[in-house]
Design a protein around this ligand. Structure first.
Ligand SMILES: [Zn+2]
Length: 367
């Protein structure tokens, strides 16, 4: 298990939780507010940034970090998952072929563009992120064995092409040694143990700075697939970064950290905040040893506080007595309850800032 890693002259201690700043913003929060919540890094979306603001503006400003005025770790995803979701929800809008992803401008399919693994890397260099991710062919949940094999084969082929393009870009831009960004590859294979293992082995042979647990992370009953996460972790080298993409709840993160996962990104804390669901510690986190809590089912170290409940209208205490975030230091439950009731934007902002601080505190405890 890695305890820290360095990229571009900065050292980060692990684990790190990265909220999604899809379009270059953690919804509703300034980069300074995100930093105040003790968040060390964000994940931004290659596919979305490619259209808005576009690579021209990104190249001009020197990348997303200077555009956002964000000093922390920046990971760009490949855009693969968004393309997959788009095509899965409407097959008339594109298709996945061995060369890359074909995208149609509309259902009428008059204009088409091809998004290749090389394109994904080129856009990520315009974004100028610290950690880049290879384009992968997301294994559909309902995929036939043939489609699953195809997804793994493409993921390996595309990772190989991504690496070649990555090295080429590093050379052209003279990004060598400590100035070089990192490149991660994603392990697919859904719930097929052997395919997952094969995918990981082939990617390790090509050689990357880290590996990701990709695909749908739930089993048929909707339970988190810890088994596949373990298979993926065991099939990759201990001295490389391990990223659990799209994961997860504090409990998921706690258990995956034990398996050796280092990086996590998830919409949960910010999405829950928008739905008035706040994370609160049941005890002083300074005295909480998460490594000793093996099963979250037996440990109620945190719970949800639903701000929309009427009882909070007159509750003038902070959201969480154990939270050191600026929101809990300065505001009451009653005030947040009121802000949500009048639908003021500040409500979402304060709730998100608190939830992110909670996640950051969990990471601190897991260090
Ligand atoms: Zn707080």
């Amino acid at each position: 298990m890695l305890k820290k890693f360095s990229v571009r002259n900065k050292t980060y201690s692990l684990p790190i939780f990265l909220p999604d700043a899809t379009l270059g913003v953690v919804r509703g929060l300034s980069s300074q507010q995100v930093a105040q919540a003790k968040i060390k890094g964000v994940v931004i979306n290659t596919y979305h940034l490619m259209s808005k603001p576009g690579t021209k503006i990104l190249n001009k400003v020197g990348g997303i970090k200077s555009f956002m005025n964000w000093d922390g770790l920046t990971v760009s995803d490949s855009g693969g998952f968004q393309l997959f979701s788009l095509i899965h929800s409407n097959p008339k809008l594109g298709k996945i072929i061995d060369d890359g992803v074909i995208l149609y401008s509309s259902e009428k399919q008059r204009k088409k563009t091809l998004f290749t693994p090389e394109n994904s890397i080129q856009v990520q260099f315009a974004i100028n992120s610290d950690i880049m991710i290879c384009l992968d062919d997301f294994s559909p949940i309902d995929a036939s064995p043939t489609r699953l094999k195809q997804s793994v084969k493409r993921t390996i082929d595309w990772a190989y092409r991504c690496k070649i393009e990555f090295e080429k870009q590093c050379q052209t831009k003279k990004l060598i040694g400590k100035n070089r960004p990192l490149l991660l590859a994603v392990v697919q294979g859904h719930r097929d143990y052997q395919l997952r293992q094969k995918c990981a082995e082939e990617l390790v042979k090509i050689g990357f700075d880290g590996y990701g647990f990709g695909g749908w992370p739930f089993d048929d009953q909707g339970n988190f697939d810890y088994e596949m996460a373990r298979v993926t972790a065991e099939a990759t080298p201990d001295n490389k970064l391990l990223f659990a993409l799209g994961v997860g709840s504090p409990t998921n993160i706690m258990r995956l950290r034990e398996m050796g996962y280092d990086l996590f990104d998830c919409v949960l804390p910010t999405r829950d905040a928008r739905h008035q669901r706040l994370y609160v510690f049941n005890q002083d986190p300074a005295k909480l040893d998460l490594h000793k809590i093996k099963s979250a089912k037996t440990a109620n170290w945190y719970e949800f506080l639903y701000l929309d409940r009427g009882k909070y209208a007159t509750d003038f205490s902070p959201v969480n007595q154990y939270c050191a975030c600026p929101v809990c230091q300065n505001h009451t439950k009653a005030y947040l309850h009121h802000l949500f009731k009048i639908k003021d934007g500040l409500a979402y902002q304060l709730a998100s800032a608190h939830n992110l601080h909670f996640y950051a505190q969990v990471m601190k405890n897991l260090k």
